[in-house]
Write a protein that binds this ligand. Structure first.
Ligand SMILES: Cc1cc2nc3c(=O)[nH]c(=O)nc-3n(C[C@H](O)[C@H](O)[C@H](O)COP(=O)(O)OP(=O)(O)OC[C@H]3O[C@@H](n4cnc5c(N)ncnc54)[C@H](O)[C@@H]3O)c2cc1C
Length: 466
């Protein structure tokens, strides 16, 4: 029976990975530019220097795709990936990390491991200055400042969270944020406090995923999670199916939901809730504590959206009306043919209402396809390809065995099948074949152990532990 359970789990995991991969692959095939043939001539017949700053979804994928292009021997460019961190962070799985459902190595692999055999060099340091006249950038690292020359530059620095209005309030945007939250929760649980009270501010993707996962992990006996949103419904910008799934998941996880309120902080642990007058509360969404004026919490986590990087303005590049770096339809920075900008920090003009400029991983990854192609095209005297976005859908995770997957705004898959598809899709999206294989094995092994325990009726943890 044990063998059967193991096999079933591994087969299930593999099937999920394959179907996720097929979906994603067909999507990529429709969205991405065609693979170019071998480069005929590099800039002035010499090796070109391509610098990519930011090793997140946009930058790392650009670097890996550029390295995989069919450059010819002597004309192969030098590709340098600069990031202030020593690791790539798979941001959509930070909740799973905080709640102890995945390991740090799985969602934050080191660049030196990811880039083995690719020919891409990693420089760890912070971009502090850019001179587009001399085509040089200055990077500050552990050993001081260094200047790097570039022929083509791709900027992919991401975004920053909207700053909370009081000191001591946590944000949830980086690996450090996720680990700090886990550390604080552990300390509170260990202190013997009867109830750990967490207030999450912002009822959109991050706030909903974080509050449901925390509530399920802490459980009703140890935790009380309150989610406060400014709008009159959760996930205002999401697909209808995702909104309904979110409301249901919040209810099932026991999250106290308060809508239509602005949050003012009286220090790091006391929030005053002020009614937003212009909106009306959706009658379908129960609001257990709608009358409360103050919420006391051991932890306040600010998930109220992201803002353009202040660094974007400091770089003195052309900015779009929303404060992000303005790019043309081929993702080149306006008036600067050697500089490209992608992902959360960039806005491809015209802005319009479309999802093509949304701050999400799908946009960053698809832009990486076009940016790498267009850098190649610029160096080989070919026509650039205008960026086209294809929205596949959206996913929200409410716990290790519960997620909502909305495909093309047409249908929603929830519960364990949703969670399996989410894992498979994220596995497919992980960088490099070697990392995918290691993570895939680790997840399949974990799933196999869980089902073996279930079959044998062994008491093993059924819930995540922080
Ligand atoms: C908690 C969380 C959950 C999310 N969940 C989802 C999801 O489920 N689905 C989805 O589609 N999107 C999700 N997103 C959004 C998605 O992760 C981002 O839109 C995406 O990562 C943007 O890619 P990027 O390359 O622009 O920036 P990032 O991935 O943020 O990468 C930016 C990189 O730049 C580096 N950097 C920044 N400043 C400097 C500097 N000055 N010098 C050197 N390096 C620098 C950073 O270290 C980082 O590695 C989530 C985001 C968060 C925070």
């Amino acid at each position: 029976m044990l063998g059967g359970g193991l096999l079933a789990s591994v087969a299930c995991a593999m099937l999920a990975v394959c179907s996720g991969a097929r979906l994603a692959a067909s999507r990529a095939a429709r969205a991405a530019p065609c693979r170019p043939r071998a480069l005929v001539s590099a800039a002035a017949g010499s090796d070109a220097n391509i610098c990519i700053v930011g090793g997140g979804f946009g930058g790392l994928n650009t670097a890996l795709k550029l390295a995989a292009l069919p450059w010819e021997g002597a004309q192969r460019p030098k590709i340098t990936l600069i990031d202030r961190s020593d690791r790539h962070v798979f941001l959509p799985m930070l909740y799973d990390l905080t709640c102890g459902d995945v390991s740090e190595w799985e969602v934050a692999p080191r660049f030196d491991e990811l880039l083995v055999g690719t020919g891409v060099e990693h420089v760890q340091g912070e971009l502090v200055a850019l001179d587009t006249g001399t085509r040089e950038l200055t990077v500050r690292g552990a050993e001081g400042r260094q200047t790097l020359a570039y022929d083509k530059l791709v900027l992919a620095l991401g975004a920053q969270p909207v700053k909370p209005p009081a000191k001591g309030t946590m944000t949830f945007r980086t690996l450090d944020d996720a680990l700090a939250l886990r550390f604080k929760l552990r300390a509170l649980l260990a202190s013997g406090a009867p109830l750990v009270r967490v207030l999450v501010v912002g009822a959109s993707y991050s706030g909903i995923e974080l509050s449901t996962q925390l509530a399920r992990t802490l459980g009703p006996r140890r935790g009380l999670v309150t989610l406060v949103g400014r709008a009159d419904a959760v996930l205002k910008s999401g697909a209808k199916g995702s909104q309904e799934a979110s409301v249901e998941a919040l209810r099932a996880a026991g999250v106290e939901l308060i809508l239509n309120r602005d949050v003012e902080l009286d220090g790091p642990s006391r929030a005053r809730l002020v009614e937003v007058r212009s909106a009306t509360t959706d009658a379908d969404v129960p609001s257990a504590a709608a009358a409360a004026e103050y919420v006391d919490a051991d932890l306040v986590v600010w998930c109220a959206g992201s803002a353009p990087l202040s660094r974007a303005a400091e770089l003195r590049l052309p900015l779009a009306v929303d404060g992000r770096i303005a790019t043309t339809s081929t993702l080149g920075v306006r008036d600067l043919p050697d500089v490209f900008a992608i992902g959360d920090m960039a806005a491809c003009e015209p802005l319009g209402e479309s999802d093509a400029n949304a701050q999400n991983a799908q946009v960053a990854v698809q832009q990486a396809e076009y940016a790498s192609y267009n850098v190649w095209a610029a160096l080989s005297g070919k026509e650039p390809m205008p960026y086209r976005y294809l929205k596949a859908g959206e996913m929200l995770a409410f716990g290790p065995t519960d997620a909502s997957v909305n495909a093309f705004n047409m249908f929603n898959i929830g519960g364990l099948p949703g969670a399996t598809i989410r894992r498979a899709a994220y596995l497919y999206r992980m960088p490099t074949g070697a990392h995918k294989a290691k993570v895939g094995f680790s997840w399949a092994f974990d799933a196999a152990l869980r089902s073996a325990d279930a079959v044998l009726g062994r008491a093993r943890k059924t819930q995540s532990t922080i």
